[in-house]
Design a protein around this ligand. Structure first.
Ligand SMILES: *Cc1c(COP(=O)(O)O)cnc(C)c1O
Length: 181
């Protein structure tokens, strides 16, 4: 259904497991002990901060605009050389607003080496289009999907991460060996 090959996808016990695995793959302390940074645009799904925190990252919050339009400039200003994950959801939970594709590309292109943009598409079925087709050109873009929302199968615990094979390979070791039951 996604049109990707096996090495471009990691099946998950719910997308939350993917948020957790990406956090541990990219946000643990550097070898010199310094903390990595996770950028979160508010208002956001709670799991981003919960997982980033337990992976010991410093959380950088981007405040919402009064009209809740996507704060691209503010987000780009929050990216530093220590940024390792930017968490975005499109359409967003809890606002329902989609992020323009051009803005997703701008963010992906602005990230330092070694950082990823986790684009949570839990609600993509309610949007005009996905950004999954961007992952080959932008290996630092990881897409998250779940069966919990449009399919109404939250209790089944099934989701996936999709992205460039090399990026998915960096996340896979942080998933439990017998994840999807
Ligand atoms: C529900 C939801 C998830 C988690 O989905 P599960 O597959 O149930 O873990 C992730 N992100 C957002 C934005 C959600 O609303």
């Amino acid at each position: 259904a996604l049109g990707v090959s096996m090495d471009q996808v990691a099946l998950l016990n719910g997308l939350d497991e993917g948020i957790h695995a990406v956090s541990f793959a990219f946000l643990q302390r550097a070898e010199d002990g310094s903390r990595r940074e996770a950028v979160i645009v508010l208002p956001a799904f709670d799991m981003y901060a919960a997982c980033a925190e337990v992976a010991s990252a410093r959380i950088v919050e981007v405040m919402p605009r009064p009209d809740l339009s996507f704060p691209l400039g503010e987000l780009l200003g929050a990216v530093t050389p220590a940024t390792r994950v930017v968490f975005l959801a499109s359409p967003n939970n809890p606002t329902g607003l989609a992020i323009p594709r051009a803005d997703i590309v701008r963010v992906a292109e602005a990230l330092p080496a070694g950082a990823v943009l986790l684009l949570d598409e839990a609600y993509v079925d309610f949007a005009r289009e996905s950004c999954l087709d961007l992952v080959e050109a932008h290996p630092n873009l990881v897409i998250g999907r779940t069966f919990a929302k449009a399919q109404g199968l939250a209790a089944v615990r099934a989701g996936c991460l999709a992205g460039h094979a090399e990026t998915i390979a960096k996340v896979r070791p942080f998933l439990p060996p017998y994840s999807v039951n």
